[in-house]
Design a protein around this ligand. Structure first.
Ligand code: CUA
Length: 359
């Protein structure tokens, strides 16, 4: 009796654990709430397998319990019961039924495996996006539109997106649970993958392959917008950002050119061209993004500058192991390279970057 009571007490604990395991539905990182055809087909296979497995489990448990009760040792019974060996009819039944069940699961699984592996790289109706995984951020290049961005992947709803997955360093895995399953980005090769969002919305993505210290922080967002909004976004990304006006932002631009441009591309307010290196995230229209560094959310208007400051003060504190040199000198930091900027210069950079948006 007491054993049963202590078992009952475990139930609330199990409920809490289940809640934790589902991530409490945080940021919609779930494959159980599909928002596109790829995720829907995958979920249908998950459900079919689950139903078959629960069915098999139930039947086996019922027979098991029946046998335990029916053939239990009775009072007064002595000696070994009658030994039985082999039963052709039963053996055929329990071989044929699982075989049929496996066929039932295999048909949609094999069908969708091939269907969802389709290569859309030559499809003129599909949007071609090259995805490059970096420690610990995502680069998105719109191959035909000649636009590059990072962390926020803007896509048109209702259109197939053909992803060309690559890696700049180690193996990462590109995963947007509500839109479909994950696929690795491998160094030195291109993996094709496709997804589609039925409706506009923000779908959260994560790196799903252990890739270093900040693997768990390698987040990104997929922002699905209407096709019209998407065209507007493309145009705005191709329109040079206006030159900084405030003295502080002008100073920030100078510092950026001097210290940051070797790694980060941005609009040059004089030449009106996107210029800069490809080592770090491309910062065109940076202030329009939903986060700083992919994880510090810009929800309120004041967040962008605060987040930028948090990031620039000590990037290793936000994303340990990232490859950006410390803008400020941070004593004891494991990132040895420092740009030796002071607080005033950091504030100027924040002011400049916060102005990089379409008005
Ligand atoms: Cu990239 Cu984990």
């Amino acid at each position: 009796m007491r054993r049963w009571q202590s078992a009952w007490r475990l139930i609330p604990l199990m409920a809490v654990l289940a809640f934790v395991l589902t991530g409490c539905g945080l940021e919609n990182l779930t494959a159980l709430d599909p928002k596109g055809p790829v995720a829907e087909k995958q979920l249908s296979v998950i459900y079919l397998s689950l139903i078959v497995m629960i069915g098999v489990f139930a039947v086996v448990m019922i027979i098991y319990v029946y046998v335990l009760v029916r053939f239990r040792k009775r009072p007064g019974q002595t000696g070994i019961p009658k030994q039985v060996e082999g039963n052709h009819k039963l053996e055929i039944i329990w071989t044929v039924i699982p075989f049929i069940l496996l066929i039932v699961i295999a048909i949609p699984t094999v069908k969708y495996t091939f269907e969802l592996d389709k290569d859309y790289s030559k499809d003129p109706n599909a949007l071609q996006v090259k995805v490059t995984g970096h420690q610990f951020w995502w680069e998105f290049e719109y191959m035909n539109e000649k636009i590059t961005t990072a962390q926020d992947l803007v896509i048109p709803s209702g259109r197939t997106i053909a992803f060309h997955l690559e890696s700049a360093d180690v193996i990462h895995s590109f995963w947007v649970p509500t839109l479909g399953g994950k696929k690795d980005t491998n160094p030195g090769m291109t993996n094709m993958h496709y997804l589609k969002a039925d409706k506009p919305g923000t779908y959260y993505g994560k790196c799903a392959e252990l890739c270093g210290e900040s693997h768990a922080l390698m987040d990104f967002k997929v922002k699905a917008v209407t096709p019209e909004e998407f065209d507007r976004w493309i145009t705005s990304m191709k329109t040079p950002t206006s030159a900084p006006v405030s003295a502080q932002a002008v100073e920030g631009e100078k510092i950026f050119k001097d210290k940051c441009l070797a790694c980060h591309a941005i609009y040059n307010s004089t030449s009106k061209q996107v210029e800069g290196g490809k080592v770090g995230p491309n910062l065109v229209d940076y202030a329009d993004r939903s986060t700083v560094a992919g994880i510090l959310f810009n929800r309120e208007p004041a967040d962008l500058k605060n987040n930028l400051k948090t990031w620039l003060d000590d990037p290793q504190a936000v994303k340990p192991g990232n490859l950006m040199p410390n803008p400020k000198n941070v004593p004891g930091s494991k990132m040895e390279q420092s740009l030796d900027l002071n607080d005033q210069q950091i504030n100027a950079l924040v002011e400049y970057l916060a102005g990089q948006k379409q008005k």
